[in-house]
Design a binder for this molecule. Structure first.
Ligand code: GLA
Length: 645
C-alpha cells in the first residue's frame, strides 16, 4: 500500500547543515539550562483533554492516501453499530490525502471533493469539511484531521506518484501549518469543528535544498530541523517552538481545552522527553507496520518511558495494526498480544484497519471491554516492567482501585515458553490470597498461591488482573504510581540513543542491504521505575531493591501527593551501576517547595541511607538529587523503596 521511497531522501537529508533556529523564542516547557531547585508546584500542564488514552480510528494503516469519505464513514458506521463506539473508540481521524490545495488569494485550505463529496459546498468557501464533521458528530463520534508542522506533508515527500497529492503551484501545494498556524487551526477547529489534530513533521525533516524535488522546484526548501535518528543534529528548541505555537493556538481557539493534539515526529528530536509539555500524545518511534517485529519495536519505544506518561499526556507507540496482515483474524494470538501490549502501556488505541471488511474475530479483539478497561484505567499509570529478558516480559500496571493490578505476561518469541508470576512482581503480600482473572478467556483463575507458572503459546501475551493485599499496609511505592510523577529535570547531560529498543530497521527500508541510519531514539538515561536510568536493577552497596526510582544526579521529579499521604520514606544512595564513581550526591525531599529532608553527601559504595519526611497536607513532593563536585561519568542515584504512606 505504501509507495514510499525513503532511502534516497535520508541519504540526502543527512548531508545538510542545520539552520540556527535561533529566531524562535524559548517555548514554555523547554529548559535549556535546567536547575534542580525546588519550585513548589506541579509544573506539568496537560495539552487538550484526554484524561485517559485517546481511542478511535484513523485511515492511514487501512488506506494510506487512498481515502474517501465513503470509506471513512463506512468504518465509522461499523464503530457506531458494533459496540466499539460504546467501548470508547470515538475519534474518527482522517490522515494524509484529504487536501487539494491552499487557495492563493486568502490561503484557505481546499478539500479534495472527488474524495469527500460532501465538502463541495460552493459559495465563498468553495469546499468545507463541516458537513463531514457534522455527520460524525451526529453519529455520536468525534472528528480528527491530519496536518504537518512544516509547509509540506509526508506523502508529498515520499509518494510522488500518488494520485491524491495536493495540486497546483508550489504555493498552492504548501498545505502544512508552517506560516498558517492561526489560519488553518481556526478553520479546522473553528469553522470545521474538528476535535483532534495529528501534526506530522515531514515538512521540517525532508525538504532540504539537496532533495531532488526541491532542486527541481517542485517544493520550496525548508532546512531540516529534524534529522531522523539523530537527535544531536536536530534543532530541538526550534521543533519545540513550532509545536508550542500549535499548542498555544489551540488553547486560544478552544479555551476549554476540548481538543487532542497528537505530535507525530516519530520519536525524533528527543520528543520522548518533552512531548508531554507540547502535546496530548507524542509518537515515540517510527511508523508501525503490519509485522511482529515492528509491533514489538514500537512497544519497546514506550515501555521504558513509564514516568513520562500520566493522565492527560500519553506515550504513543503508533496506531494499531489489529486486523491487518499478521494481526488479522487468522492470527488471533498476535492480534490479542498487540492489543494487550498497547493496553498495559496505557497507549492511545487508534484502530487502523478497514472495519467494513473486518472479521467478527477482529472486532471482538478490539472490543474486549476488560482489556480496554486496563488501558483506560483512570489512574493513568503506564505499566512498569517487572521482569524482562530477550524472550519474555512481565509488565505490571497499577489500577485505580487499591489492591488491583493488571499484568501482561509476554512471549516475544515464535516458540512456546513458560513465565512464572510471583507475588513480588505484583508488589503484593505473598502470604495473602492473590486472585487472578484472565482477560482474554474472561475466566477467573483462582489464587496465585505465592507463584504460578503459565505456559505461553508462540507470540502469546496473557492479560490478567490480580487482586491482592499490597505489600505496603497503606500508601504506594512511587514506582507503582508513575502517573503521579512528572519528570521535571532528567539530569541527562548529553543525549544518547536508547539501546534497549530492539533494533528493528526503519519500516521504509526493506532488506538487509541498507547501510543507512540505525534506529536511535534519544532518551537513554531518563528516570525509571524499578530500574536504573541505564536499565539495571536498583542496587546500593551490594543490596538489591525491587522497588524504587532510578535517576541521574542533577534531576528533579515532581510527585502529585494531593494531600493524601502523611510520610515519604526511601533508602537512598549512589547506585552500584553508576558511571561516575567519584562525585558525591545529596538527596533532597521538598513538600510544596519547603525542604523537608536531606541526605548527607553520599558516594559510590556508601550503604543506603534512610530518608524520611512528614508530608501531611503536602500537594506536590519534589525529589531532587544534587551532584556535589565533578564526576568522571554520569552519577546514577537510586531512590530505593521510595514510598508514600
Ligand atoms: C507519517 C506518519 C504516518 C502517516 C504518514 C502519512 O509517516 O508517521 O502515521 O500519517 O506520515 O503520510
Amino acid at each position: 500500500m505504501r509507495k514510499y521511497l525513503r532511502q534516497a531522501g535520508i541519504c540526502l537529508v543527512v548531508a545538510v547543515a542545520l539552520p540556527a533556529g535561533a529566531a524562535i523564542a524559548k517555548p514554555e516547557g523547554s529548559s535549556p539550562v535546567p536547575s534542580v531547585d525546588a519550585v513548589g508546584i506541579w509544573t506539568h500542564r496537560d495539552v487538550g483533554s484526554a484524561s485517559t488514552p485517546p481511542m478511535g480510528w484513523n485511515s492511514w494503516n487501512a488506506f494510506g492516501t487512498a481515502i474517501t469519505e465513503a470509506k471513512v464513514i463506512g468504518s465509522a458506521e461499523v464503530i457506531r453499530d458494533s459496540g466499539l463506539a460504546e467501548a470508547g473508540f470515538r475519534s474518527i481521524n482522517i490522515d494524509d490525502g484529504w487536501w487539494r490545495k491552499r487557495r492563493l488569494n486568502d490561503g484557505r485550505m481546499q478539500v479534495r471533493t472527488n474524495l469527500f463529496p460532501s465538502a463541495a459546498v460552493g459559495g465563498a468557501e468553495e469546499t468545507s469539511l463541516r458537513p463531514f464533521t457534522d455527520r460524525l458528530h451526529a453519529m455520536g463520534l468525534r472528528a480528527g484531521i491530519y496536518t504537518d508542522i512544516g509547509r509540506n506533508a509526508c506523502s508529498q515527500a515520499w509518494s510522488p506518484d500518488n494520485p491524491n497529492l495536493p495540486e497546483g503551484t508550489v504555493a498552492e501545494r504548501e498545505v502544512g501549518l508552517h506560516g498558517h498556524v492561526e489560519q488553518d487551526l481556526a478553520l479546522y477547529f473553528g469553522d470545521w469543528n474538528f476535535d483532534y489534530a495529528k501534526v506530522d513533521a515531514c515538512g521540517i525533516a525532508h525538504y532540504a535544498a539537496t532533495r531532488p524535488n526541491v532542486v527541481d522546484h517542485t517544493f520550496r526548501e525548508l532546512p531540516p530541523l529534524v534529522v531522523d535518528a539523530d537527535a544531536n543534529r536536530s534543532d530541538i528548541p526550534a521543533v519545540q517552538g513550532l509545536y508550542a505555537q500549535v499548542r498555544d493556538t489551540l488553547r486560544r481557539i478552544r479555551p476549554k481545552g476540548d481538543f487532542v493534539l497528537s505530535l507525530c515526529n516519530w520519536g525524533s528530536a528527543n520528543v520522548r522527553a518533552w512531548g508531554k509539555d507540547f502535546g496530548t500524545m507524542w509518537r515515540t518511534s517510527n511508523d508501525i507496520d503490519p509485522s511482529w517485529g515492528r509491533m514489538l519495536h514500537n512497544f519497546d519505544s514506550v515501555a521504558t518511558r513509564e514516568l513520562y506518561a500520566g493522565p492527560g499526556h500519553w506515550n504513543d507507540p503508533d496506531m494499531l495494526e489489529i486486523g491487518n496482515g499478521p494481526f488479522d483474524a487468522d492470527h488471533p494470538v498476535e492480534a490479542r498480544a498487540h492489543m494487550s501490549l498497547w493496553a498495559i502501556a496505557a497507549a492511545p488505541l487508534i484502530i487502523g484497519t478497514d472495519l467494513t471488511k473486518a472479521a467478527p474475530q477482529t472486532i471482538a479483539t478490539l472490543n474486549n471491554r476488560e482489556v480496554i478497561a486496563v488501558d483506560q484505567d483512570p489512574a493513568g499509570n503506564q505499566g512498569v516492567i517487572a521482569y524482562t529478558d530477550d524472550e519474555r516480559e512481565i509488565v505490571v500496571k497499577t489500577l485505580a482501585v487499591r489492591g488491583v493490578k493488571a499484568v501482561a505476561l509476554i512471549n516475544r518469541t515464535a516458540e512456546p515458553t513458560e513465565v512464572t508470576l510471583t507475588a513480588a512482581h505484583l508488589k503484593f503480600a505473598a502470604n495473602r490470597p492473590i486472585m487472578l482473572r484472565d482477560l482474554w478467556a474472561h475466566a477467573d483463575l483462582g489464587d496465585l498461591g505465592g507463584e504460578r507458572t503459565f505456559k505461553l503459546a508462540p507470540h502469546e501475551t496473557m492479560m490478567l488482573t490480580a487482586k491482592g493485599a499490597p505489600q505496603l499496609a497503606s500508601g504506594f511505592f512511587l514506582s507503582e504510581m508513575p502517573g503521579r510523577i512528572n519528570v521535571a529535570v532528567d539530569g541527562i547531560p548529553a543525549l544518547e540513543p536508547d539501546p534497549v529498543i530492539h533494533r528493528m530497521i526503519d519500516p521504509y527500508h526493506a532488506g538487509t542491504t541498507w547501510d543507512g541510519n540505525r534506529p536511535a531514539y534519544a532518551g537513554w538515561g531518563g528516570p525509571r521505575a524499578d530500574a536504573t536510568p541505564y536499565d539495571q536493577s536498583l542496587r546500593i552497596a551490594g543490596t538489591a531493591y525491587r522497588s524504587g526510582l532510578g535517576v541521574l544526579a542533577n534531576s528533579r521529579l515532581e510527585v502529585k501527593a494531593d494531600g493524601a499521604f502523611s510520610r515519604f520514606v526511601a533508602r537512598v544512595g549512589v547506585d552500584d551501576s553508576t558511571r561516575g564513581k567519584r562525585a558525591a550526591v545529596r538527596f533532597e525531599v521538598y513538600g510544596d517547595g519547603k525542604r523537608l529532608a536531606m541526605s548527607p553527601p553520599l558516594r559510590f559504595a556508601h550503604p543506603a541511607v534512610e530518608i524520611s519526611a512528614p508530608i501531611t497536607g503536602v500537594r506536590v513532593i519534589e525529589l531532587v538529587v544534587r551532584q556535589l563536585g565533578s564526576a568522571e561519568g554520569n552519577v546514577v542515584a537510586s531512590w530505593a523503596e521510595a514510598r508514600v504512606e
